[in-house]
Design a protein around this ligand. Sequence first.
Ligand code: SF4
Ligand code: SF4
Length: 122
Amino acid sequence: MKKMITCNECKGDCCTGMALEIPRPRTKEDYADIRWYLFHERTHVYIDRDGDWIAEMDLPCRHRDPDTGRCAVYASRPPVCRKARHADCERNFDDARARFKTVEEYDRWLRKRSRKPAFRKN
Ligand code: SF4
Ligand code: SF4
């Protein structure tokens, strides 16, 4: 079994980007709109194990020291940062059912999905 990395051993990887839940697509138009996220540089989309859709932007926090990975405002860091735990961090567990880094990857996934009957109803 792979050894878990702890926050002390990691260089603040969770401070190198933002992840925001986006509306779960339901219609053909919604699915088409997901491509728009992927048109943007340094933006990926993934579907987590609960089926939630997440947009990830590789935009480092201004308070992360790029050399050490340490937080310059650690004592007053916001609640979202305080909740980060190595035990449920994606550095240790890949939470993604599907991950799209490019429009091409997403289109391939859509083509595969479109062959499934449940998807055709959308
Ligand atoms: S929560 Fe994960 S990414 Fe963030 S510092 Fe800890 S191990 Fe690194
Ligand atoms: S405020 Fe600190 S802990 Fe929060 S994302 Fe920025 S560098 Fe990381």
